[in-house]
Design a protein around this ligand. Structure first.
Ligand code: NOJ
Length: 573
């Protein structure tokens, strides 16, 4: 199944086109430290061949848009050969492109074009589990008990008189038991296998050296293709506690994020990342690893980015913080304080393909979590989302932008059940069941669906787009100074021109009225102040300097300024 590419092995291209502030990060110890990284969800970004599914040629055709938006790098969610039981996070062949997305030649062309435009490319790596259609797993099933291939996954006999009960009490993140029973080649009920996610995603056994060898080889395959790094899926899950002990409780999803679980955030994972770091460092051009690690605290997240491990880890504590000045200030401080000792940049992220878009989260009352099914107050949500983005882009470190947030897209909360594809939606009591709402293909142009997502007006899209999205397209927003797209473009341009925004490891908090955050950033190039009014009222403060940008129209009067409700402003001082 593996595709071959004649010219696959070649030295890395380091983006040459960008020489502006944001990519001169090397002098401060690495481009990733202050990079703005744009997440492309391949299914939903751009459909080159009109089949309703986004693809690599589609993405390639839109790279100039990303260059003009002003981001530094693009992270691509999985496009590998996959039966798509979990939208590509179930990989059947790690060295092949799924035909629905294109070919390895398309991937090669995309990487080359991106580099020519000064954009780096980060690909997703899924090492916790494969697809159940992966050749190893299929052979393990076929060969039956005793097959060495079974050692590469977690096969166990069941409990109970006839092995009819799962080997332990672990629950799947997507709902139900984390074990599925197999049928032996002779047709009788056999052993069980572990899957922390869907049954189609069997977990690898990372104690088996063949698994580690295979992933080192996969890393090299994509590094030889020229990618600039990897986003590592479920980076906290690879190592399980010895003996796979029971947790002793049900409703385990509620414990996630609060406790160290026997299947998450085990100390043993770090040896894996130390070995990967050596491989990344062998390649020229600062290749990076980014951990998707849901840990109980930012301090534990910091373990993944110690100097000899990965480069970045997503800051999910920040993503999970509501629109509240005190809570935001605290998470910012804790995040910066936790990363300082390991000398890694903090990351900031508001949305991704697994959570309700922040325009919709902030439109709803706080405390509903990250899977929200109600649209809430859309005007309020967008106002806060724009303000939250300017706050995020003013913090030291690296920021992640999820496709479509630059258009102010809300989640689609009313998708009919029959079009939903999130595997968790179909399993009982799992988390993440409503992720389709943030995965709807984005609108580019025109008045008829799929709004330029595909080449033909009236053509298909794998999830239906709401009619209102005609008014949110890239085409409609381009050139409109009040649009969210132009706000992102301006913000990213200012961030490039003002290195103080992304650089450094701390912020200096300034006195501010209740509900308002104000902080200063210093750099040799000049000082910068960010003010954030999280209240629903206009707040008057002394003008901190010359306004560079605001998420809503701020009114300056003499030495004072009126900060509109739910708004952020940037100031040169
Ligand atoms: C995290 C990914 O972001 C999510 O989409 C996926 O379902 C799980 N990992 C399992 O791979």
């Amino acid at each position: 199944m593996t595709q071959n590419l004649a010219d696959a092995s070649r030295p890395a291209a380091v983006p040459a086109a960008r020489t502006t502030a944001a990519t001169t990060g090397a002098s401060r110890g690495g481009w990733w430290r202050d990079a703005v990284i744009y997440q492309v969800y391949p299914r939903s970004f751009a459909d080159g061949n009109g089949d309703g599914m986004g693809d690599l040629p589609g993405i390639r055709s839109r790279l100039p848009y990303l260059r003009d938006l002003g981001v530094d790098a693009v992270w691509l969610s999985p496009f590998y050969a996959s039966p798509q039981a979990d939208a590509g996070y179930d990989v059947a062949d790690y060295r092949a492109v799924d035909p629905m997305f294109g070919t390895l030649l398309d991937a090669d062309a995309l990487i080359r074009d991106a580099h020519d435009l000064g954009l780096r490319i980060i690909v997703d790596l899924v090492p916790n589990h494969s697809s159940d259609q992966h050749e190893w797993f299929q052979r393990a099933l076929r060969e039956g008990p005793g097959s060495p291939l079974r050692e590469r996954y977690h096969f166990r006999p069941g409990k109970g008189e006839d092995g009819e009960l799962p080997p332990n009490d672990w629950e799947s993140i997507f709902g139900g038991p984390a074990w599925t029973r197999t049928t032996d080649p002779d047709g009788t009920p056999g052993d069980w296998y572990l899957h922390l996610f869907a049954p189609e995603q069997p977990d690898f056994n990372w104690d088996n050296p063949a698994v580690a060898d295979e992933f080192r080889s996969i890393l090299r395959f994509w590094l030889d293709m020229g990618v600039d790094g990897f986003r590592i899926d479920v980076a906290h899950g690879l190592v399980k506690a010895p003996g796979l002990p029971d947790l002793g409780s049900h409703d385990q999803l509620k414990l996630l994020g609060n406790d160290v679980m026997p299947f998450f955030d085990q100390d043993g994972v770090h040896a894996i990342y130390r070995s990967w770091r050596q491989i990344l460092d062998e390649y020229p051009g600062d290749r990076i690893g980014v951990a998707e690690a849901w840990t109980p605290t930012v301090q534990r997240t910091a373990n993944y980015v110690r100097p000899d491990e990965l480069h970045q880890a997503f800051n999910f504590q920040y993503l999970g913080t509501g629109w509240d000045a005190a809570a935001l200030r605290e998470v910012i401080d804790v995040s910066l304080d936790s990363m300082r000792p390991v000398q890694a940049p903090t990351t900031w992220v508001l949305s991704n393909h697994d959570v309700t878009r922040h325009a919709t989260r902030f439109a709803n009352p706080p405390g509903l979590g990250t899977q929200i099914r109600t649209p809430g107050d859309r005007v309020l949500g967008l106002r806060r989302a724009r303000a939250a983005t300017l706050l995020m882009l003013a913090l030291p470190g690296s920021a992640y932008v999820y496709q479509g947030e630059e258009l102010g897209l809300p989640d689609v909360t009313d998708l009919p059940d029959e079009v939903r594809q999130d595997p968790s939606f179909f399993r009982q009591a799992g988390q993440d069941g409503f992720r389709d709402g943030c995965r709807v293909p984005i609108p580019w142009s025109g008045t008829e669906a799929p709004y330029g997502f595909g080449p033909n007006a009236g053509g298909p899209s794998w999830l239906p787009q709401p009619a209102e999205w005609a008014g949110l397209s890239v085409e409609v927003q381009t050139g409109d100074p009040t649009s969210t797209l132009e706000l992102y473009r301006s913000a990213l341009a200012v961030r490039r021109a003002q290195p103080a925004l992304g650089a450094g490891t701390g912020v200096e908090w300034l006195p501010a009225p209740e509900g308002v955050l104000a902080f200063r950033r210093e750099s040799p190039e000049g000082s910068f102040v960010c003010t954030v009014n999280t209240t629903g009222e206009t707040v008057r403060i002394p003008a901190p300097g010359r306004m560079l940008l605001s998420s809503a129209e701020a009114v300056a009067a003499a030495d004072e300024v009126e900060l509109p409700a739910d708004s952020t402003a940037w100031w040169a001082v």
